[in-house]
Design a protein around this ligand. Structure first.
Ligand code: SIN
Ligand code: CO
Length: 345
């Protein structure tokens, strides 16, 4: 877990900061592990099903303009980038490199279904995406290098002229922090922020998601159980009860796990392997009555719910526990792309 500053407990973080107020956490991590290298990030940016962007800072006198190019990029293009003033951003890293999901263990006090993705950026000196606001909570974990962050809770006007596609805001002055490896900055939604690489650097952003109608500034630690959408969460969502679970487990079309063929599912049911693993890209959650997989939902019995809870907590299930799920539910989960199904042998 992140080392929160001072005597701040996870409960106090939720009470005073979550969805309310930024928090700068110097040395919150010993270092960012597991990590990705600059070369791995560049390789991901060459792939078709990986969402990547490069933002260039064009300096014209005092005025800065930001230009975005979207991936995939070819090797030569990446190899020929200038020495300064650009940043490469790659989304959904933990789905492409499942080992990186471990970084989410640093925020065990936030429901895992609130986490959208891990985005990693590599910035050349002077690089950054410009002053902007995001509409989600984010933990910005500093990897190698040095980045200067400026942020403010003051309302800052949009700046379309700097770039029409980056949702930028006007340059502003605010709280300033120089972040080195291991420093973490938490920002709630809507806080203007601006990170500029002082030295070539990598930033790991744990970004959250929630439907527009959902907010949880009253989140309590006792609700936080892997995969579990608590009663309090359903209350916050009002009437749209299964809508919440479906929305938070929805996957981007190009990241939707392929469902296995029927033969493989049949074999799974007849000859279960040692361990059933959740697919690296699968999003699974449950509430007291339903299980949600990749945007779809289904009713579960109490016994099934216990097995689903285990599946969410470990992202795997021992074959001996598979019997707790009806064959029908196992086939349904598999058909929605929940599992890593071994090849038919
Ligand atoms: C970055 O890593 O450069 C951008 C992160 C952010 O501001 O949301
Ligand atoms: Co941002």
């Amino acid at each position: 877990m992140l080392k929160l500053p001072g005597n701040l407990s996870a409960e106090k973080f939720l009470a005073y900061h979550w969805q309310k107020k930024p928090l700068y956490m110097p040395r919150a991590l010993d270092n960012v592990r597991p990590s990705v290298t600059r070369n791995e990030l560049a390789w991901l940016a060459t792939l078709e099903d990986v969402e990547s962007r490069i933002v260039f800072t064009d300096r014209r006198g005092d005025r800065k303009q930001y230009r975005v190019e979207t991936g995939p990029f070819d090797d030569e293009y990446l190899g020929a980038l200038p020495l300064r003033d650009w940043t490469l951003l790659v989304h959904d890293i933990e789905k492409h490199l499942p080992a990186l999901r471990k970084l989410f263990d640093h925020v065990p006090f936030i429901p895992d279904w609130r986490i959208d993705d891990l985005m990693v950026s590599f910035a050349a000196p002077g690089g950054g995406v410009g002053p902007h606001r995001d509409n989600y909570d984010v933990f910005l974990c500093q990897g190698i290098g040095i980045r200067e962050w400026t942020y403010t809770s003051a309302p800052i006007a949009a700046d379309e002229a700097a770039s029409s596609d980056l949702l930028l805001v006007e340059e502003f002055s605010g709280e300033q922090k120089i972040c080195v490896e291991g420093d973490v900055l938490y920002l709630p939604p809507g806080i203007a922020h601006w990170g500029t690489a002082q030295r070539a650097c990598m930033t790991y952003s744990i970004g959250m998601r929630a439907p527009q109608y959902y907010g949880d500034p009253d989140l309590e630690l006792s609700e936080v159980i892997p995969g579990y959408i608590s009663k309090a969460a359903l209350d916050r969502a009002g009437e749209q009860t299964t809508e919440l679970g479906r929305t938070v487990t929805e996957v981007k079309e190009w990241l939707r796990p392929e469902p296995p063929d029927e033969g493989a599912v049949k074999q799974l049911l007849e000859k279960p392997s040692q361990k059933l693993e959740l697919h690296g890209m699968a999003r699974v959650a449950y509430d007291d009555d339903h299980v949600y997989v990749n945007g779809k939902h289904r009713k579960v019995t109490e016994k099934e719910r216990a097995a689903v809870a285990e599946l969410c907590a470990r992202r795997s299930l021992d074959s001996t526990r598979l019997v707790a799920l009806s064959p029908d539910l196992v086939s349904w989960l598999a058909s929605k792309g929940a599992f890593e199904i071994p090849e038919i042998t």
